[in-house]
Design a protein around this ligand. Structure first.
Ligand SMILES: Cc1ncc(COP(=O)(O)O)c(C=O)c1O
Length: 369
């Protein structure tokens, strides 16, 4: 019984003791299990609301017949196809079980115990988790008063010990981007010992003309550009993301990659999805139209929102976000409460199809009136 007396938590590695496990957006299934009877609208996790087109589903079904075998390496399948699509070399690519896995791989590759890493204050939680898991020390950079990433502030926080900087462009949950000019000025002033993870998970949705395409800068700095098939490509459930970087950096990332990290179904789905450009473009166009529809409705409701370069909108409800979140749940609408990011009156809404956006607006009107 000695074991029972032992405080198992004392075995936890330093740095992760205070980490809370990631809480994903509520699923439709969870709400159904909780007894919710009426229609459920999930606008919480920035997914593509439509199921992928038939050729992608067919590719997954075909590959399902081979799942008794470990996945093949991607060097001869997905990598050449994606490299041709992007216009880069196969040796400049690495894949992950979602982009998230590559965030962790990057930290495990570069961050030593105690290394400071600069992260934006209100952003995707995976950066802080990965830095802490690797033993690093997060250093937070606040957003500007207009909720933009402050590249000057980030530079000011870099010391000779700083190992990594996380730059989401666009940022989640604000949906804001920084410009090509600002990014080039940042890179020109960046000390050469700092590895930059430029997260472009929402790249496909951006329509700002001044947006920098990170791929164009991989030879100018130790830069890892992150992309995913989870958002515009509609493959969030199979988990596949990728990074583009200099071949020497890609080689280093391979040191911590577990064998077979991307499963067969995800590889097959991504290959097929790459050939569905028209479907992706149609989704993006529809989403842009719906975003304008939501902006217009939010203006009529006199609610402040942050103009977004993504498929989600951060909205200030002027009320306690947890209460608004719960009240929306009552109406069968799932969003994300801003309290997760310390934005106590904001909710983050994923742009959905018209019918779902209308359901959200009707519920919100009932709640705030
Ligand atoms: C900024 C950002 N980066 C990365 C990811 C993770 O993408 P994946 O599903 O490929 O792990 C997300 C998902 O929400 C995100 O918002």
């Amino acid at each position: 019984m000695i074991l029972n007396m032992f405080e198992i938590k004392s075995l936890l590695r330093k740095g992760i003791r205070d980490l809370e496990p990631y809480v994903p957006g509520l699923s439709e299934e969870a709400l159904q299990r909780a007894g919710h009877r009426s229609e459920i609208t999930k606008l919480a996790s920035n997914e593509n609301p439509t199921s992928p087109p038939d050729p992608v589903i067919d590719a997954i079904c075909q590959e399902a017949r081979r799942i008794n075998r470990y996945p093949a390496g991607m060097d001869e399948t997905l990598a050449p196809e994606l490299a041709a699509f992007l216009g880069c070399g196969t040796h400049e690519l690495i894949f992950g079980n979602g982009a998230e896995e590559i965030i962790l791989m990057a930290c495990l590759t570069f961050v030593n115990e105690g290394d400071p890493c600069v992260i934006i204050e209100h952003t995707f939680d995976a950066y802080e988790t990965a830095v802490r898991v690797a033993g690093g020390k997060p250093v937070f950079s606040p957003l500007t008063p207009s909720f933009h990433v402050d590249l000057d502030d980030i530079l000011a926080r870099i010391t000779p010990e700083t190992k990594m900087v996380f730059l989401p462009n666009p940022n989640n949950p604000t949906g804001t981007v920084f410009t090509k000019k600002a990014f080039e000025s940042f890179l020109a002033r960046l000390p050469e010992h700092v590895v930059v993870l430029l997260d472009e998970a929402y790249h496909e949705y951006v329509d700002a003309p001044a947006y920098p395409d990170g791929m164009g800068y991989i030879h100018d700095a130790p830069l890892i550009v992150l992309r995913t098939f989870s958002k515009a490509y509609g493959l969030a459930g199979v988990r596949i993301g990728y990074a583009i970087a200099r071949p020497d950096i890609i080689d280093m990332l391979h040191h911590v990659r577990l064998p077979f990290n991307v499963n067969r179904l995800a590889q097959a789905a991504a290959m097929a999805a790459l050939r569905q450009r028209a479907w992706v473009q149609e989704h993006v166009q529809k989403m842009l139209g719906e975003k304008q529809f939501l902006y217009h409705a939010l203006k009529e409701l006199n609610l402040f929102y942050i103009s977004s370069q993504t498929n989600f909108i951060l909205i200030d409800t002027g009320k306690n976000a947890d209460q608004v979140f719960q009240a929306l749940l009552h109406h069968g609408v799932i969003v994300r409460p801003g309290t997760i990011w310390g934005l106590d009156t904001f909710i983050r809404l994923t742009v959905g199809p018209r019918r779902e956006n209308e359901r959200f607006l009707n519920a919100l009107k009932a709640i705030i009136s």
